[in-house]
Design a protein around this ligand. Structure first.
Ligand SMILES: [Zn+2]
Length: 295
């Protein structure tokens, strides 16, 4: 799910300040160090991702999520992840192959491989206000969307990867789970929350004919209840939207992330690798420790 962004002029000024002040280098040396940055994308175009990976491979080792717990060799490491399973991800396959990276794509198991749309991409969500909808109880959100003509389990213009695309990408991509329909889990009733988490594990496993072991919380919303359901469902890790790097001390059900804007210029990408732009955004939301401001 996309996040509102600043305008590009402000971004470029901030990117140059971070670069010329040495902060980009300092964060890599002091914070990233021998830890793992789990980068989070949604739906970038191939040329942008190609430029990002060209830069990234010069400054760190790019590893698959499955290698997260392997011992460090003292160099910064990065994992590439994509949330939601957008149809546009299929065009990234040549970039993954060119750079020899094995990314993880977190799928919404009842949206991909079907004629369905991610709810916030439907015009009715824009009309109702996407950020407002996220804060409603889940049944109320669905009722508001239904009145405007969107049913999450109905047929619609597809926005996710198709079954064939997933099968083609499977040798190069690690597919994991991101719930069934992408509700805000902390706004769901307990039974619905549990079904969204456990159901997506079974469905992604069936789609890929392999065990699904990693989860990503939709929109970064989670609490103690969600962590319990993720553990009970049999997942081994869960990625949050909390800013930071990961090492052997990190709680596997609260993996930290570095959020990257899908259309980031080369300099803004370097700035975002410091974690500072998202940290500042969360700070404005009242979070002082880099954690996504939960609601
Ligand atoms: Zn998402």
């Amino acid at each position: 799910m996309m996040i509102p962004q600043r305008n590009s002029a402000v971004k470029e000024i901030m990117a140059r300040c971070l670069s010329f002040s040495g902060i980009t280098w300092l964060t890599r040396t002091l914070l990233w160090r021998d830890r793992v940055a789990i980068l989070l994308y949604h739906d970038p175009d191939p040329a942008t991702l190609d430029a990002h990976l060209t830069h990234l491979r010069k400054i760190c080792d790019v590893i698959p999520l499955a290698a997260l717990n392997e011992p460090s060799e003292g160099r910064p490491r990065a994992v590439i992840t994509f949330d939601d399973g957008h149809a546009g991800n299929a065009a990234l396959l040549p970039v993954f192959i060119k750079h020899k990276v094995r990314p993880t794509i977190f799928l919404c198991s009842r949206i991909v491989a079907r004629r369905r749309r991610h709810w916030w991409l439907h015009p009715s969500a824009e009309q109702a206000g996407i950020e407002r909808l996220k804060r409603l109880g889940n049944s109320r959100r669905l009722a508001e969307l239904e009145v405007r003509g969107f049913a999450q389990d109905g047929e619609d213009m597809p926005s996710g990867l198709t079954h064939d695309q997933i099968q083609t990408m499977k040798p190069y991509v690690d597919f994991q789970a991101h719930t069934r329909f992408h509700p805000i889990l902390t706004r769901c009733e307990a039974s619905e929350c549990e079904e969204e988490i456990a159901g997506s594990r079974h469905e992604v496993g069936a789609l890929l004919n392999s065990e699904c072991t990693h989860f990503a919380y939709p929109n970064g919303n989670y609490g103690a209840r969600e962590i319990e359901y993720v553990k009970a469902a049999g997942f081994k890790t869960a990625r949050t939207c909390d800013v930071g790097w990961n090492d052997s001390q990190t709680d596997p059900y609260r993996l930290r992330t570095i959020i990257i804007t899908d259309d980031a210029s080369r300099s803004w990408f370097a700035a975002q690798l410091t974690g500072i732009p998202v940290f500042l955004r969360y700070l404005r939301g009242g979070s002082w420790d880099g954690r996504f401001p939960q609601f």
